[in-house]
Design a protein around this ligand. Structure first.
Ligand code: AMP
Ligand code: GLY
Length: 419
């Protein structure tokens, strides 16, 4: 049987790579995919051009796995389910946990889930007045989807006022900024906790840490994520159990109680503050690049786990993890996260992938007819190292990265260094 992955990033390459390991899967198609998913796993991973506006065209797939948040928020799962296509991911109603930060904040208040205090505004004058009055440091957030750019952490009031003006008056993020949250600014290390969910059961994955800033030492502008590792030593198993019991399970229980059962991956972005763990955000999907670090640790068959979620029988599956660590380093194009060139030749990715414990996941790449890979995006590829511990995983990831070259390539040298 064939399965379909929707999306085009490193996360989707990792999903396809893991699904292709299932003995039950003949082929994994990726729409639209990237250079790495054009022909991988001995031809078992392929790209396909599909018209997603015609859900009946997807009926031949045993399962459809959705990578990014935009189609989920837009109701792709509802549309596919309506024509009988089995689909791993939340409905539009459940995806509001990510697509509306105002919804998520109110939901957390209803279910006593710990998060930063926030006020929601749809009126600019009222928001500005509140901002000038509030006596603690704040973060400004566009409520809707803004491709990871909708959160501003201002250093001073003037900066916060500019952010508010851009979002609410200039409508920098369009309708995503119709509602704005002015949120208490918290401090502490961050951890990403992802879980498989079937509407009532929650199975947590190893905790991961992302590296958002483009340069070493967490300097420079925010990116989609420059590296990740798992399991994060900052969230040992006891803490993961506590976070599951106090955050993830109450979210899934609350969504079920409110009539929007949550099926798919629930991603909690958490801050471990001095006063305890707090939710910064929810995502309704796998993280990128967390997935490239987490899935190589999954010992179970991903197809089986996803299907158990879709069928509401996750409690009947034992999800097993390797007793190992994984680290992912992202190589980006010159200029990223600003403007960047495309079409630069990439060499060495096969040599990197041939090293022990190294997997290369493509993101912004294209495969030309002559078999060459060229750059075609900001985050170009990710190299994951798997090892007995984080040190070995990092050594392997960086050994792989040193094999790879394209003009203007840059990557962080300090992934996992804060341990
Ligand atoms: P989000 O998209 O909500 O995860 O926000 C992106 C980043 O902004 C997070 O990873 C944090 O580094 C930062 N952030 C978000 N909310 C807060 C907050 N309440 N206090 C401090 N930093 C925050
Ligand atoms: N790595 C952050 C995200 O996927 O949203």
């Amino acid at each position: 049987m064939n399965v379909l992955v929707i999306g085009s990033g490193g996360r989707e390459h990792a999903l396809a790579w893991k699904l292709a390991q299932s003995p039950q899967v003949e082929r994994v198609f990726v729409a639209p995919g990237n250079g790495g998913t054009a022909d991988d796993a001995g031809g078992r991973i392929r790209n396909v051009a599909l018209d997603l506006a015609d859900p009946t065209a997807l009926r031949s797939f045993r399962l459809v796995v959705i990578g990014p948040e935009a189609p989920l928020a837009d109701g792709i799962v509802d549309r596919l389910q309506a024509v009988g296509v089995r689909c791993f991911g939340p409905t539009a109603a459940a995806a509001r946990l990510e697509a509306s930060k105002a919804f998520a904040k109110a939901f957390m208040a209803r279910h006593a889930i710990p998060t930063a205090r926030a006020e929601v505004f749809s009126d600019y004058a009222a928001a500005l007045a509140y901002l000038r009055r509030v006596d603690y440091p704040v973060v400004i957030k566009a409520s809707g989807l803004a491709a990871g750019k909708g959160v501003i952490v201002p250093e001073m009031l003037a900066e916060a006022e500019v952010a508010l003006y851009r979002i609410m008056v200039e409508r920098q993020f369009g309708a995503a900024g119709d509602e704005v949250l002015i949120e208490e600014r918290l401090a502490g290390p961050e951890v990403s906790l992802l879980a498989f969910c079937d509407g009532h059961t929650v199975v947590t994955m190893p905790a991961a840490q992302d590296h958002k800033r483009v340069f070493d030492g967490d300097r420079g502008p925010n990116t989609g994520g420059m590296g990740a590792y798992a399991p994060a030593p900052i969230a040992p198993p006891d803490l993961v159990r506590e976070l599951t019991a106090t955050i993830l399970q109450p979210v899934v229980d609350g969504m079920a109680a409110e009539g929007s059962p949550y099926v798919g991956v629930l991603y909690a972005g958490l801050m471990l503050t001095a006063a305890g763990p707090r939710v910064l955000e929810f995502n309704c999907r796998f993280g990128d690049p967390e997935t490239q670090a987490i899935l190589p640790l999954l010992a179970s068959d991903l197809l089986e786990v996803c299907e158990a979620c879709v069928d509401g029988v996750l409690d009947r599956v034992t999800v097993r993890w390797q007793n190992a660590a994984a680290a992912t380093v992202v190589a980006a194009s010159e200029g990223y996260p600003g403007d960047y060139p495309r079409g630069r030749t990439i060499t060495g990715s096969e040599a990197a992938a041939a090293l022990p414990g190294v997997v290369v996941f493509h993101a912004g790449t294209q495969r030309l007819a002559d078999g060459r890979f060229v750059t075609d995006g900001g985050r170009v590829l990710a190299v994951t190292g798997v090892g007995a511990d984080l040190r070995q995983a990092l050594d392997r990831a960086y050994a792989g990265m040193r094999c790879i070259h394209f003009d203007g390539m840059h990557y962080r040298r300090d992934i996992g260094a804060k341990q």
